[in-house]
Design a binder for this molecule. Structure first.
Ligand code: ZN
Length: 119
């Protein structure tokens, strides 16, 4: 529960729009991440499910749950404890692939994560 609250604060500190997801979706948050790439439509939307796992098991769980869903909108994402434990796949620019929140914050993601624990 605390982890979800901290992620909600993180999204706010990052300046990203987020809402709670509908229970039926199995996700916790729907998050809109701005993207300035000319081939994208201004943002990407991901459906974040929070589970207390580290990156290696998050990645494995993601392939069990969401294999072949890279083109889904929103893109299913798994977030664990902190920015280094986040994983999803999505289309971006002319390509796409593996993603992590650290690729998308305008300031240091670890610093935002620390601030999210305090504020
Ligand atoms: Zn993009």
């Amino acid at each position: 529960m605390y982890l979800k609250l901290r992620w909600a604060r993180f999204f706010t500190l990052a300046g990203w729009n987020w809402t709670l997801a509908h229970q039926s979706t199995m996700a916790d948050f729907i998050v809109t991440i701005p993207c300035s790439h000319s081939e994208c439509n201004g943002s990407h939307v991901i459906a974040v499910r929070v589970c207390e796992k580290a990156l290696e098991s998050l990645t494995r769980k993601h392939s069990d749950l969401y294999a072949g869903r890279m083109y889904d909108e929103p893109s299913p994402a798994l977030f664990g404890d902190g920015p280094k434990n986040t994983y999803w796949q999505m289309v971006h620019g002319a390509g796409g692939g593996d993603e992590s929140v650290s690729n998308w914050t305008s300031t240091d993601a670890n610093e935002l994560w620390e601030r999210a624990a305090r504020e």
